[in-house]
Design a binder for this molecule. Sequence first.
Ligand SMILES: [Zn+2]
Length: 377
Amino acid sequence: MSPREKEETATSGSSTSHLSTAECPSHNGSVPECDEERRINEEDGRGREGDEKEQEEDERSSDEGFMGMTPLLQAHHAMERMEEFVHKVWEGRWRVIPHDVLPDWLKDNDFLLHGHRPPMPSFRACFKSIFRIHTETGNIWTHLLGCLFFLCLGLMYMFRPNMSFVAPVQEKVVIGMFFLGAILCLSFSWLFHTVYCHSEGVSRVFSKLDYSGIAFLIMGSFVPWLYYSFYCSPQPCFIYLIVVCILGLAAITVSQCDFFATPQYRGVRAGVFVGLGLSGVVPTLHFVISEGLIKATTIGQMGWLLLMATLYITGACLYAARIPERFFPGKCDIWFHSHQLFHILVVAGAFVHFHGVSNLQEFRYTAGAGCAEDGTL
Ligand SMILES: [Zn+2]
């Protein structure tokens, strides 16, 4: 049926007039077709209120031609365009877009001028975008590869022969906590960067997971370090562990607030996690005072710990200050922007920490399970 025929059918029957009234913008007669329909409606439609709703449903389709002359057709076209866009995204036929046309919830770093993914409300499209070049490609791959690396390293460590440990089960659980923290942190991170452009709600949920992951990495890193450094002083070891867990849980709690993920709180975020990491200064000083500086730097692996802290803090500073893209807006859109460098420094810092911890473990193995009178390790 042609639109004209539909229109005629629609206007010829009194039953159709109910819908016309519903669709007409107002009763002041600004649309002639609506006025005509209203007149018919007033003449023929009185007393039919009872079955109005049922008829509306049946008649909606036949009245489409008439009703849709302007607003409905526009809505229909808009719907078609949206379907076409979703289909394009689904097929992977999307193009990167500049920062200034991004919706507000995707605007995070205004020094990255171009190369952003558009909003893509499809997980399949988000995951396919891992293999495309855009502002998040480096962020995704740095932590995806880092995650696979720590997964392999962790499995190798867990399957090491028990005879290389003083207390195999206990030590594997303790070192396993570090690997768990690292793998959770890196997986939440690459997942967040992958689905970040899905929608505002999905981005918000995954950003909270991403921040919580950093707290898991820091907490997990403390466990084997405190275990081996205070092997012969279980009481302070236990207290420091409790304290770092409370601080870590506090950081996770604050990460759940919506404001925490906003660009204005970038510095606060960096500060929260650097502060959590720097809580390790207290047990470090305790160790140096008890064992002396020489023992701390040789057996205590202070050099590696210092390098780890330097890597993490440098990463956090670059992240908070958005260096180098701040000095070269538009030049670091795809590679070498602050977030990518921060990601690389996190993986490097975690590996340096693992190296220090595995040296501590080796010392424990060569020293045996016995403890001196007044030492912490
Ligand atoms: Zn990240």
